[in-house]
Design a protein. Sequence first.
Length: 287
Amino acid sequence: MIPADWPFAEHGRIVESRPHRWHVQQVGNGPEVLLLHGAGAATHSWAGLVPRLAERLRLTMIDLPGHGFTRMGTRARSGLDPMAEDVASLLRTLGVEPAAYVGHSAGAALALRLSLDAGRQRPVAAINGAFQMFDGIAGFLFPLMAKALSLSPLTVPLFTLGSTPSRTRRLLEGTGSQVDPLTLSRYHRLVSDQKHVAGALAMMANWSLDGLLRDAPEHHAPVLLLAGGRDRTVPVAVSRDMARRLPDARMVVETDLGHLLHEEAPDLAAGALLSFLEESGVIARGA
């Protein structure tokens, strides 16, 4: 059940598209744009952006498998490549063919994968895109640790039972971002939900960027890399590295913002996105 006070709840519905039961929200008018949140978030992540974009764009927002109000059918398809296949299948069910993709963090990697796999590549806007795994031994150990945690029947209940607003605030501050009390309360609702936490763990346990990094030089549609200089989750250097891999990339660094850049400063983020979509020909200039 989607709470009545959840952002844009009136635009939400549950859609069956195997193997998952997806929470989908659609709002606005104009060219189709798909919004993809990061690991551990949900459609609420776009609450500040939607009112600033919906007059010029038809926005489709989804909760990724196991996140928010999307019920995961199988953990086996929580990795990047199978998740992209399942999202593409959902879009066919919805009759949506995106003119552009916008993704945050891991959602940015998913957006780029979707564009690469589509019959026609489309512009991609990546907000603090998580295009790199941890370096060295951490890159090997972290997925194994996440997998072990996701398989333990005790991990998720212990995590959610220990969840408090102050702990959630510390988690968010660890990203380098400062969010308002309403945003904090929404994140706290999510991290207190066992199914949501299990979905986020499954995603982390199965995530691999090897194929995406290999294929990135074949993406010839424009890409915007919007990065926060205070991001403690995905360093700016990750976006710089991806900019070197992509044939048509432009990078913008907002020095005073963190990982949740679009939630901290929705006016700034919306302006950057609309300018990019104008430059890319998705929407008319000055409309």
